[in-house]
Design a protein around this ligand. Structure first.
Ligand code: KG4
Ligand code: ZN
Length: 337
């Protein structure tokens, strides 16, 4: 079975072709970063319009790279949610229509399931069950993963997602957009002793996260100092330390209470080097193994959608002739395979 995957949930247009026997044949991404940079964040209407412009040529080029004719496509997987409604509608309507035209199966994929399964695209892949830390611009959650579609949320953010906190910190410090990589780059020149930021919700039991207090603390600190280059780097460093530490403390607890020996980290913030480094240390302490996708598959991409869609199509799941999108969609509501 060969599946075309389409991702348009936010500001990246992604397409990929996954083959049951040969693995990932091709993947392409068009990032809208330049389009949204002037606004310091994603403008939903502009995102949707740009997906309309980019998606079809991107699909064409990925099929070409995969040396695949439309009649060789058995299934089309598109992100059906969660995400920006207008952006999702572009991928869903084109994906569903292509499947209809090509007489292929169609499946709407949950974006976070895509992230969660993305380490399976690598040679070193985890087997089930495992603990997953999903950290992106829209979500921060810890999940117990027993199999495909068998997810139990152990903890999640009660307010901002950690990626969002990175983005807001970058904006505050004038480090540019997108924020995560910019904060990480500035933090390298920061002095870790200068500031110590709070680790929210780590002083009480439980696996939920909160990042709005850290965001406010960061803003106050920035307001109280002259923001020369060194101070901005010091604040970026203190923020990153606190954010990463908070995630690691919760993973530590979750590994202890669940007894899992495999930990998966995925989603855009999963590309953060300090986080990976600390999680490696944590996994070693628990005699566990850490798994993650290559950096380009941490952030949004079509490959993870093609892969997750293939798993569900192979199991016989199909979307009917109609289509719908779900801007809010609980991971736990997915059917198990
Ligand atoms: O998964 P993703 O591409 O999109 C969503 O589903 O949200 O995640 C994007 C988020 C952004 O907030 C971005 O700033 C963050 O991931 N990010 C990072 C890094 N690379 C991307 N955060 C910290 N360090 C990074 N290296
Ligand atoms: Zn994402």
């Amino acid at each position: 079975m060969r599946v075309l995957g389409i991702e348009t949930s936010c500001d990246d247009t992604g397409a990929a072709v996954y083959d049951e026997g040969r693995g990932l044949l091709a993947h392409r991404l068009f990032s809208q970063i330049d389009l949204h940079r002037a606004f310091g964040g994603v403008v939903p209407e502009l995102a949707a319009r740009d997906h309309i412009r980019r998606l079809l040529p991107l699909v064409r080029s990925v099929l070409e790279e995969a040396a695949t004719a439309p009649r060789e496509i058995d299934g089309v997987a598109y992100t059906a949610g969660p995400g920006l409604a207008g952006a999702l509608l572009v991928g869903a309507s084109l994906g569903r229509s292509l499947a209809w035209t090509w007489r292929a199966g169609a499946i709407g994929v949950h974006h976070m399931e895509g992230h969660l399964l993305s380490p399976m695209l690598e040679a070193e892949r985890p087997s089930f069950p495992f603990l997953a830390l999903l950290v992106s611009g829209g979500h921060t959650l810890l999940a117990d993963v027993a199999g495909v579609g068998r997810y139990r949320i152990l903890g999640e953010s009660v307010d901002d997602a950690v990626g969002e906190a990175f983005d807001k910190t970058a904006k505050l410090l004038g480090l540019g957009y997108p924020g995560g990589p910019a904060v990480a780059a500035a933090a390298v020149r920061g002095r870790p002793q200068r500031f110590r930021f709070p680790r929210p919700m780590t002083d009480r039991p439980g696996l939920d996260f909160s990042f709005s207090g850290l965001k406010t603390f960061t803003r106050r600190t920035a307001e109280q100092h002259r923001l020369d280059e060194q101070t901005r780097a010091d604040i970026a460093c203190a923020f990153q330390e606190a954010a990463v530490d908070t995630l690691v403390i919760k993973c530590d607890r979750a590994l202890s209470s669940s007894g899992h020996r495999r930990l998966v980290v995925a989603g855009g913030v999963g590309a953060n080097r300090l986080l990976r480094q600390r999680l490696h240390g944590l996994a070693a302490e628990h005699d566990a193994r850490l798994f993650y996708p290559r950096p380009e598959f941490c952030t949004d991409n079509g490959a993870m959608i093609a892969y997750a869609g293939w798993l569900r199509l192979r199991a016989g799941q199909r979307q009917g002739p109609e289509f719908d999108v779900f801007p809010r969609w609980r991971l736990e509501s997915l059917p198990p395979l």
